[in-house]
Write a protein that binds this ligand. Structure first.
Ligand code: PMP
Length: 388
């Protein structure tokens, strides 16, 4: 079809055409991509748990006991003991009364935001929030107020402008997925309390990473009981698949009835639930993994900065190496890959035009030698493309 041909040609011309790369190995420090062994600096499996023997054993045991699928949505035929055990584990981990799981984090954001806000309401969303939050806001048909990234004066101003809204919902990433910085959740909670607004935090990148027990952004800021909705995913540090929401018993009862992506979709398969539950146990029992992660983050950030690269400032395992131009970013990423290092180029529409970057993520399971391999490859690529 003509319009499809034209759109594809345009994407290629703008250096924005995307293709899939094939991985044939686990999300470990080293994996196999497009048939070649590569150092993985691209995974959100921050604690390196996807190939952990305990998670694999839990998944296998769940398949043996329950089979491969759940056969229906939870409210009809598909509610398993495993769902309830997993939800209890998440509520404990998140220090809330209750929790519920969705099939993905994306579906959690769609379901929760559209259940809490409608056409008479106002949502307030950070400019750099994840696409699934943006889509949840759109689906809600509420008045969407996008505030400048972490700009709380702008948030206050927009809240004032929407005084007449029936309900107000502030929603923010805890750790921003492409920038790696942390939202000022403590101050957002204060602003929300003064304005009678609900607060929802997306902890996809904070779960298992931030907080003394890895509980996420709420734990990091000591805000237990003061954030209405903690949403997250089981697919990153928890090394499985699925989304979750943690909050009060009342909130979870409400969402179980009102979140359409929960009500009308067949639930997570047994293997994924069992793996996620095992991961929560490991996060709680093995804090040393987070210590290793932070050591690695500090080492790589210091090394890249010493080489002369510009990284966005930040305190998380997401290290954005800023390049600006989409074409340069993709050439740099290709150069790194040719040297056996996979760190993906990120372009619009994932990030604003002119802010293309290499998004480096560090895992607890990288060792010093791995990170030195990375630094040598970045030095080589940075010099080849005149960046350092
Ligand atoms: N929120 C954020 C901040 C994310 O980064 C992601 C995943 N990229 C999601 C939500 C969606 O989670 P999932 O991958 O489980 O759909």
């Amino acid at each position: 079809m003509e319009f499809i041909k034209q759109e594809l040609a345009q994407l290629r011309e703008d250096n924005l055409f995307r293709r899939l790369r094939r991985i044939d190995g686990p999300q470990s420090a080293w994996t196999v991509m497009d048939g070649k062994r590569v150092l993985l600096l691209a995974s959100n499996s921050y604690l390196g748990l996807t190939a952990h023997p305990a998670l694999k054993a839990a998944a296998v045991a769940a398949v043996e006991r329950y089979g491969t699928g759940t056969g229906g949505s939870r409210l009809t035929t598909g509610n398993f003991l495993l769902h309830e055990e997993l939800e209890t584990a998440i509520a404990g981990f998140k220090e809330t009364e209750a929790a519920m799981v969705f099939n993905t984090g994306y579906m959690a954001n769609l379901g929760v935001i559209s259940a809490l806000a409608g056409p008479e309401d106002a949502v307030f969303s950070d400019q750099f929030n994840h696409a699934s939050i943006i889509d949840g806001c759109r689906l809600s048909r509420a008045k969407i107020n996008v505030y400048r990234h972490k700009d709380l004066d702008h948030l206050r101003q927009l809240l004032r402008e929407q005084q007449g809204a029936r309900r107000k919902l502030i929603v923010t990433d805890g750790v921003f997925s492409m920038d790696g910085d942390i939202t000022p959740l403590d101050r957002i909670v204060e602003i929300a309390a003064a304005q009678g607004a609900l607060v929802m935090v997306d902890d996809a990148h904070a779960t298992g990473v931030l907080g003394a027990q890895g509980g996420g952004t709420v734990q990091h800021f000591g805000l237990k009981g003061r954030v209405h909705i903690q949403m997250g995913t089981l697919s990153k540090a928890l090394a499985s698949e699925g989304g979750y929401v943690a909050g009060s018993r009342e909130m979870i009862d409400y969402l179980r009835n009102k979140a359409r992506s929960f009500v009308f979709s067949t639930s997570l398969p047994p293997a994924d639930m069992a793996a996620a539950k095992a991961a929560v146990g490991i996060v709680l029992a093995e804090p040393a993994r987070r210590g290793q992660l932070w050591d690695n983050v500090r080492y790589l950030r210091a090394g890249l900065t010493a080489l002369g690269f510009t990284l966005l400032p930040g305190e998380t395992p997401i290290l954005p190496l800023m390049l600006g131009d989409a074409g340069l970013t993709m050439r740099m990423a290709e150069h790194l890959l040719a040297q056996g290092v996979f760190a993906p180029g990120i372009r619009p529409p994932t990030v604003p035009p002119g802010s293309s970057r290499i998004r480096i993520t560090v895992m607890a399971t990288h060792n010093r030698a791995d990170l030195d391999v990375a630094l040598a490859a970045f030095k080589n690529a940075g010099q080849a493309w005149g960046i350092i």
